[in-house]
Design a protein around this ligand. Structure first.
Ligand SMILES: [Zn+2]
Length: 447
């Protein structure tokens, strides 16, 4: 925490760390005093005399279950009135793009969202240079996650242009695209000349595989933001084959705003102006203490108090010392490793994250994408996508790698398929487990 010298511009006595702690204290006091959804939490609070970290650690985690149970007004501070706020357009109801069928409707404040995004741009040199809040951006993601919404009737470019954003995709699952769809999207991006492209890696990579195979000439944006799902090594490579701009992983959620941003040196830095992050390590056998889950507390959203929200992803702390980019504020991550609900267990019962699997599979010749299905305990099925015009990935080789990881007691199949399966939201999960798994075993010690 060496950056806490008082000499930066705007620093003075209130260095970033002092400001960070003050904002954390204010968020905690506001939630416990004035937000009905946290009434039950007051009894856990050791009180204002206890150190701040101790107070946070004493509180439970907020989950989608509570957000749903207290909708709509449970997390709106008492000083605010939802009716007039909605009428004035200050807030709206927004559905989250939950990837596991557990979507939630929230009270969403667009001004707060934009402020968190603006703060996150400061965490990457390229983003800071080209993003000013007025720049044109083309978005390639599920129409159920972002944009004007899913419509079975094709929408015009005008209907899909909202502010500075053009939402080019209209279908759930890239496998549903026709050649005409891909040509239309390429044409729209070339006509729009966006400064930035924001993509769900699965969708953007599928577009790039096809456009690349045809040799389509593409407009070159100055930055690519990857968000919505885990950015597989395969997808990053396929995108880089078509777009030369730096790829930047942007991490957050509808509930929390922008939480981490990848810097130009490839590490993910915490958006400390916008949120507090508490890291909860997993057990050693599962990759702790560097690997764990995170709880996010949002600063200054006047309409929706989010305290210790369990965002549901696996993260790995960066322990390589100071980042070459020079940023030293808040937490730095080596990676976000995918959803906690997508964690599987190897032959010894230790955690395997989506990132672990991706590292294991990404160099299989001919592989363009993967998805692991677990229909019942002891059974696995790997869906593989083949690159257009390339050699087909070998099933035997994929099976062998998975068998070595998961052991002989698991029956493993692998096959090349036309499509990966998508969720209701249109997101494509890397692991689909069809039976309940107790993921709390990752951090709960047996005593
Ligand atoms: Zn950095």
């Amino acid at each position: 925490m060496a950056a806490a010298s008082g000499r930066q511009a705007g620093g003075g006595a209130g260095s970033w760390l002092a400001r960070y702690r003050r904002q954390g204290r204010e968020a905690l006091e506001l939630a416990l005093t004035d937000v009905p959804g946290y009434a039950e939490w007051r009894r856990f609070d050791p009180g204002p005399r206890a150190p701040l970290d101790e107070r946070y650690a004493a509180l439970p985690a907020l989950t989608k279950h509570e957000l749903r149970a207290h909708f709509p007004a449970g997390f709106v501070p008492r000083q605010r009135e939802l009716g007039p706020g909605l009428a004035a357009g200050e807030v709206e109801f927004a559905q989250t793009s939950g990837s596991t069928g557990d979507r939630v409707t929230l009270v969403f404040n667009p001004a707060w969202w934009e402020e968190s995004e603006r703060a996150a741009w400061g965490l990457n040199r390229h983003a800071r240079r080209v993003a000013d809040g007025r720049h044109r951006e083309a978005v390639l993601a599920s129409p159920r996650c972002v944009g004007p919404g899913y419509s079975p009737r094709p929408l015009s470019v005008a209907e899909r242009t909202i502010g500075r954003h053009l939402y080019v995709n209209q279908k759930l699952n890239p496998a549903a695209w026709t050649a005409a769809d891909v040509r239309r999207m390429a044409q729209e991006i070339n006509d729009y000349e966006p400064v930035a492209i924001e993509g769900d890696p699965a969708y953007l990579a599928a577009f790039c595989r096809q456009a690349g195979a045809w040799g389509t000439r593409m407009w070159q944006p100055r930055i690519i933001f990857l968000t919505y799902t885990f950015p597989s090594r395969l997808y990053r490579r396929q995108i880089a084959a078509v777009f030369r701009a730096p790829q930047v992983s942007s991490y957050g959620s509808t509930e929390t705003g922008h939480v981490f941003m990848e810097c130009e040196a490839g590490r993910l830095h915490q958006n400390v102006e916008h949120c507090r992050v508490d890291f909860l390590p997993w057990l050693f056998r599962h990759g702790g203490p560097q690997r764990g889950r995170i709880l996010v507390t949002v600063f200054h959203n006047p309409w929706f108090a989010v305290l210790r929200f369990d965002i549901g992803d696996v993260v790995r702390l960066d322990d390589r010392g100071p980042c070459p980019c020079g940023r030293g504020q808040g937490m730095a991550l080596r990676a976000v490793e995918g959803r906690v609900s997508d964690v599987t267990f190897d032959r010894e019962g230790n955690a395997v994250s989506v990132d672990d699997l991706d590292a294991l599979l990404a160099d299989l010749p001919g592989l363009a994408g993967w998805q692991l299905e677990l229909p019942r305990p002891g059974q696995m099925r790997l869906r593989m996508l083949a690159a257009p015009g390339g050699r087909r990935p070998g099933s035997a080789q994929a099976r062998e790698r998975l068998r070595r990881l998961y052991g002989d007691r698991v029956r493993v199949e692998a096959a090349v398929e036309k499509a990966l399966l998508h969720e209701l939201s249109g997101k494509i999960r890397f692991v689909r487990t069809a039976y309940p798994v107790d993921h709390a075993a990752l951090w709960r010690s047996k005593r």
